[in-house]
Write a protein that binds this ligand. Sequence first.
Ligand code: SAM
Ligand code: SF4
Length: 345
Amino acid sequence: MKDQYGRTIDYMRISITDRCNLRCRYCMPDGVELVSMGEILTYEEIERICRAAALEGVQKFKITGGEPLVRKGCVDLVKRLKAIPGIDQVTLTTNGVLLGEYADELAEAGLDGINISLDSMDAARYQWITGRDELSRVLQGVETALTVGLKVKINVVLQKEVNESEWEALAELAKYRPVDVRFIEMMPIGYGKGLCPVYNEDILQTLREKYPQIEPDGRVHGNGPAQYYKIPGFQGSIGFISAIHGKFCGNCNRIRLTSQGELKPCLCYGESYDLREALRGGCTEITRNAADESCVLSDNGQICENDLKEIREILRKAITQKPKQHCFEQLQNITEDKRMVQIGG
Ligand code: SAM
Ligand code: SF4
């Protein structure tokens, strides 16, 4: 479906949990309160929203969190989303800690690609950033993902005086392994507010000094706003998601579903549409063979034909109301006050 600015919205990010096995300082530091499981969408509710989204033209889903792999049944969700008519891609973003355990099953479930967040190659610094001593498990997870044939992208957030010196070690992951490495500018959302981002133009400049032959890579690498570069001799590419300086909103293709069922038209603003309320105010169970919008059972066993209709209406409204652009460069105008761990990045 197109929004009021003519952008095609065909991609939905779905946060399936606000739980995480790491405690990244900029996302979910120690002590953050969790919401009760009853407030989190069930997998059935997520699937129902996804079926409605597919009917509105969404073709790609990204499963995120919190840490999606800490929620039991995540692999099964991948299978269920892959089976929805009209869906051509399901990918997942993870911190990689549990990837060694699940990579095989995820590949078998048909996952189309995996983004692994990794901000440091130094064990002590990794632990300082994430609150946990898990670097070796993450690196093992990257290897297992590659071994089972998953397409891997590494997401890096650099901060001044924390891990900025690691630009080279992290970029070089793409030299020795067939992975794309993407630098994401820290966004002033949640605990990221007030932290010191490293700007992508500076990283690119530093890369140019080290690798003068770096050049733009015109190939399409994914669904997002990343701009890619190639370095001769590297197996993967280097990507830049310049949230602050690269106003990529003109090509924005996405909406976001939080773990509590809020549908967000834009990351920057607090405005959202309550799909959980819409779902729970009506039907609560879905029949496993309900392949279309007209065959859904309510909790009293009655067929509720309007179920997806209402969700579709909300989806249409959210897409239509999608703001023209974010305002990360004007901090006073950012109205989102949720944490990134609730939104899913
Ligand atoms: N736990 C998974 C992971 O770490 O990949 C998925 C959820 S996490 C919220 C998704 C991505 O958001 C991660 O790559 C993380 O680094 C990024 N992120 C979190 N807070 C951020 C912020 N304020 N600015 C930019 N990226 C952020
Ligand atoms: Fe967890 Fe990912 Fe947030 Fe780190 S960035 S705390 S791994 S959700």
